[in-house]
Design a protein around this ligand. Structure first.
Ligand SMILES: [Zn+2]
Length: 110
């Protein structure tokens, strides 16, 4: 995180960037495909008062969920990636990104 993007909490502490996350909007276990929206947000946490704030990324259109997932899970162990693939709560774009990561890793072994 660049220093000039420092976020200050209302208590005065500097908030810590805690990564890009995906919020599940209108999440429903029964209408997952049609009604759930996935909003990428940057998460900041205050180490002092434990406040959590979400910020919309500056240009959410620039990075697809698939690219976001590839960046987010670049260092995640394969075992965990396969567990994420089996989790229907994640949108298809995220699964596509994870599959591409797995393919990249398997690339030189095949
Ligand atoms: Zn605070």
């Amino acid at each position: 995180m660049a220093a000039e993007e420092e976020k200050r909490c209302s208590c005065g502490s500097v908030m810590t960037f805690s990564g890009r996350q995906t919020l599940h909007m209108n999440g429903s276990p029964f209408f997952m495909e049609t009604s759930t929206r996935f909003a990428p947000v940057d998460v900041y946490v205050c180490p002092r008062c434990r406040k959590v704030e979400f910020y919309l990324p500056k240009c959410p259109e620039e990075e697809s969920l698939e690219e976001n997932a590839m960046r987010l899970y670049a260092k995640t162990p394969e075992r965990e990636l396969r567990a994420l693939l089996a989790d229907p709560d994640y949108p298809p774009e995220v699964h596509r990104g994870i599959r591409r990561l797995l393919e990249q890793r398997a690339g030189h072994e095949l």
